[in-house]
Design a protein around this ligand. Structure first.
Ligand code: NCD
Length: 306
């Protein structure tokens, strides 16, 4: 019998959700499930023994950068980190030149986060090793969507048939884009909720109507750094209309759960009474699953070079 540890992953890179088949998604989530227990038990594994991860974060990050580093180290890899601050990116070096430089140092696998849409594809074309997209501009953040799916699958025991409302700045959020692709691929229903200026075609402007019937409500930060012009709503107006409070959450299903990829802006898109409610909030579980999910991705993508 084939087990998740024998799973074959027919992709050289993980740049986005679109190329993944539903079977690929299941294989990643099954392997991540197995790694969740090992990570919680603090096991040090040798799966990536002798390999080196280049963790390239040209945009700020807490969860994604740290969880890739922890995941790689749990699997026995060595990790080097590059961030924009302190690198030659601040001296005006172009992304492609930075990538050529890193590639010449021959890492075994790389994670890239950058502000430019398509940056991860550029890295895959340049580095000469498997590349994982750690978030490229407004485009995609595939490991976030996969860890969100893992969190939901562990909570509900299934993904198919769930209704997930994704609320906030859906226009500029790579998390929203990757989640919509992934959830619809595996048979969940996605409702997008946003003020018109932050919406996408088909998104709903009314939050109460948008989250009615939701099994899960995923809140998003306003991507201020990606807005072309200032939001017309003040923070107080935004919170009144779109901030997730216990009163608004009451419009969703009775036992609906709440997700947020972080970083949270409390009092803008989410109220502390919701974010810190252990009965409803899966936010800490998302972070824990982030490590396990990234262990699975690092394992699957290095099978060809070990
Ligand atoms: C998100 C990102 O960077 O896209 N954060 C994350 O990776 N957990 C969301 C955000 O920055 O708002």
């Amino acid at each position: 019998m084939m087990t998740s540890s024998d799973a074959v992953f027919a992709h050289a890179h993980l740049l986005g959700i679109a190329p993944l088949s539903p079977g690929d998604v299941t294989a990643i989530l099954d392997l991540a499930d197995a790694y969740a227990g090992k990570n919680r038990a603090g096991q040090r594994l040798k799966v990536l023994d002798g390999l080196l991860l280049a963790n390239l974060f040209l945009e700020n990050s807490t969860r994604t950068r740290l969880s890739f580093e922890i995941a790689a180290k749990r699997l026995g890899a060595e990790v080097v980190n590059l961030s924009a601050g302190g690198s030659s990116v601040q001296k005006g070096e172009e992304l492609l030149d930075t990538l050529k430089t890193v590639g010449a140092m021959r890492p075994d696998i790389a994670v890239l986060r950058a502000g430019e849409n398509g940056a991860a594809q550029k890295a895959a074309d340049t580095l000469g090793c498997p590349v994982i997209n750690g978030g490229d501009g407004t485009n995609e953040h595939p490991t976030q969507a996969l860890l969100d799916a893992l969190t939901l699958r562990r909570h509900f025991g299934r993904l198919k048939g769930l209704t997930v409302a994704i609320c906030g700045d859906v226009k500029h959020s790579r998390v929203a884009h990757s989640n919509k692709l992934l959830l619809e691929k595996i048979g969940a229903r996605v409702v997008l909720v946003a003020p018109p200026e932050l919406g996408l075609p088909g998104s709903l402007a009314d939050m109460a109507a948008g989250i009615a019937d939701a099994d899960a409500v995923m809140m998003l930060r306003i991507q201020k750094e990606r807005l072309a012009s200032a939001l017309s709503l003040s923070e107080a107006q935004y919170f009144a209309a779109y901030g997730l409070t216990p009163e608004k959450l009451a419009h969703a299903k009775k036992d609906a759960v709440v997700l947020h990829p972080g970083p949270m802006n409390r009092g803008i898109e989410i109220d502390s009474a919701v974010a810190d409610d252990p009965a409803r909030s899966l936010i800490a579980m998302q972070v824990e699953m982030g490590v396990a999910l990234r262990m699975a991705c690092l394992d699957l993508l290095t099978r060809g070079c070990r």
